[in-house]
Every structure is written in structure tokens, then in C-alpha cells.
Design a protein around this ligand. Structure first.
Ligand code: DQA
Length: 146
């Protein structure tokens, strides 16, 4: 079982970026935590973060036929990233969308998430721990929980 974990624009700055909204946990902290969980449940994770939509799409396409699911925080692309949305929708495996913050309780423009309708699993507002929930829920949907 191999799951891609894809992180969008500005998430490289987690920890220092708006800690009152996103918390103080860094992206390397999240990656390390997910890798520990993955080790416990014998799942392989591959990680990627980019500030560029095309680079995210290239990475996803390069994994075609190799992965069983995707956990993605589209971050700054959430409201208009239709190319990434199409790439996720067409990658042939279930997708979990995760947002650290509750985007539905924030500014009006953040509330329309173009990724929501292609998501098999959707988590928002659980902070960094949401990544754990998203991974476990995705595995459960795939039928891979042990
Ligand atoms: C985010 C929410 C988005 O609105 C924002 O642009 C982000 C992070 C979140 O994880 O809460 O970059 O996806």
C-alpha cells in the first residue's frame, strides 16, 4: 500500500506562518508524524510540497500506477486550482483533502473549495492531527485498515 502526500503553496512555511490559524507544527514535523504512523500500520508514504501547481501535477502524474491513494492539502490553490483538481480527479485512486483550518469558518472567499467535490475523504479544522485522520480514513475507504 503506497499513499502520496501532496502539500500545496505556502505549507513549507508552517510553524511560522500565521501560527494563530495554522499552529506551530512545521511541515517536517507533520511528515515525521505521518511516517511514524505509516510505519505502525505498514503503509508506504511518499511526500511532496511545492509552491507551484504544475510541479504538483508533474509529481502526481509521475506516480501513475504506483499509488493507492492521495492525501492532499491544496492550500493556496484551494479556491481556484482547477488543473490540480483535474489531475487529482483523473489519477484513478481515492483522494483525501485536508485543511488545517476550518476554511468554512473563515473569509467568505475561502469557503468555495473546488477540491471538495472530488474528495472521497474531507477534513478541515482539525489542525495538524487532521493529516492522521485523513490518512486513516482514506485507508479505511480503500479497505486497507488492519
Ligand atoms: C489551508 C486553508 C487555505 O485557505 C489556505 O490558503 C492555506 C491553508 C489550510 O490548511 O487550512 O494555505 O489549506
Amino acid at each position: 500500500m503506497k499513499i502520496a502526500v501532496l502539500q500545496g503553496p505556502n505549507l513549507n512555511r508552517l510553524g511560522t506562518r500565521k501560527p494563530e490559524v495554522y499552529g506551530t507544527v512545521t511541515l517536517p514535523d507533520i511528515v515525521a508524524d505521518l511516517d511514524v504512523l505509516a510505519g505502525e500500520i505498514e503503509v508506504e508514504l511518499v511526500h511532496f510540497q511545492s509552491n507551484h501547481e504544475g510541479a504538483m501535477i508533474d509529481w502526481l502524474q509521475s506516480l501513475e500506477g504506483e499509488i493507492d491513494g492521495v492525501v492532499c492539502n491544496p492550500a493556496g490553490l484551494t479556491n481556484y486550482g482547477l488543473s490540480l483538481r483535474d489531475a487529482l480527479n483523473e489519477c484513478g485512486v481515492p483522494v483525501a483533502i485536508i485543511h488545517l483550518s476550518n476554511v468554512h469558518a473563515r473569509e467568505e472567499w475561502r469557503r468555495h473549495d473546488v477540491f471538495a467535490e472530488i474528495a472521497t475523504v474531507y477534513f478541515a479544522g482539525a489542525g495538524w492531527f487532521g493529516y492522521r485522520h485523513a490518512l486513516q480514513a482514506l485507508l479505511s475507504k480503500i479497505g486497507a485498515t488492519r
